[in-house]
Design a protein around this ligand. Sequence first.
Ligand SMILES: *Cc1c(COP(=O)(O)O)cnc(C)c1O
Length: 383
Amino acid sequence: MASEGAGKVESHQDGCCRVASRADTQTRAWVNEAVRKVEADSNRSADTHLHVFPLPASWGIELYLKDESVHPTGSLKHRLARSLFLYALCNGWLVEGTTVIEASSGSTAVSEAYFARLVGLPFVAVMPAGTSQEKVELIEFYGGRCHLVEDGSAIYEEARRLAAETGGHYMDQFTYAERAIDWRGNNNIAESVFEQLALERHPIPRWVVVGAGTGGTSATIGRFIRYRRYDTQLCVVDPEDSAFFEGWVREDGSHTAETGSRIEGIGRPRVEPSFVPSIVDAMIRVPDAASIAAARWCSAITGRLVGGSTGTALWGALRLVADMHASGEQGSVVTLLCDGGERYAHTYYDDSWLAAQGIDTAPYLATLEKFGDSGEWSEPAPV
Ligand SMILES: *Cc1c(COP(=O)(O)O)cnc(C)c1O
């Protein structure tokens, strides 16, 4: 894979040595230009906001939402796609004309389609058939092609097969996310959050709460916290059908789950290779109905329509805030607004979709409303 498109290697005998070289001047010129385009796109972009989520001032606890929905492609996957393209370009894996192929539940493919078009490469997204129509349309809007497969756990093999068949490159976000992102800084999501907290009352958060899809975001934040020696703990929230939680509890990276996840962007049918379990301090498994209740509640309270994974993260973050409040602890908690809710008008924000899925958000909404009124956290019994 490493040298697939980078120009043919020629070798010959020269004196006592054999000499081999690659004729790649044209390749390098194209790659240089592609890297410039990706860097220039980043240079034109602004940092994302760190919003304050309203909590009673008397608690002495601040909750922040890092708004990743405002990236040009609408989710935190914009950061990942940029890193994956730079990594692949700088590894010589992408050259002029390479077809870029990715296995995705949707958001990564939207962002990668954007970068593929930016550098002028064809793009194919291999996705589960249930992926939202809104995401399919966004990928096509950016000039990508969607290749849907019935079995969600078959996307990896299908992407690998397509790449082999077409001579394209399988980006493989689930393997490369944790290593393609610059974890020590370079304005990664962690560095950005800590810089934005600098003038707050509690600039070193007690908790950072994130979900895991590739696991790349939690790996970046967890490593950064240790690198900077911050007294912050990392909590990963996981949807009910995902493999990450059980795999972490059992310390079994080969753990798999039957169904994957109904919360798009997070929760996977297997523990992905990019998930780094050793830097996670706590995990919370959140029922899907609670995630959706929290997404809707968040949208009502902040006036920003948020996606399902933001609901999962917010539910976990509010639980931790409630624990801190109950024990009289002051401090700050940070979580992510991963993407906007516009993408889920026909799912999480559609009552008839919820009914068809057998999801009842009412008991979880009651938990949130009670918390909002009194600071007390009482959850429905497990179902
Ligand atoms: C990918 C994704 C996440 C999780 O991020 P990872 O870095 O892949 O673990 C959360 N929410 C949404 C909407 C996503 O697309």
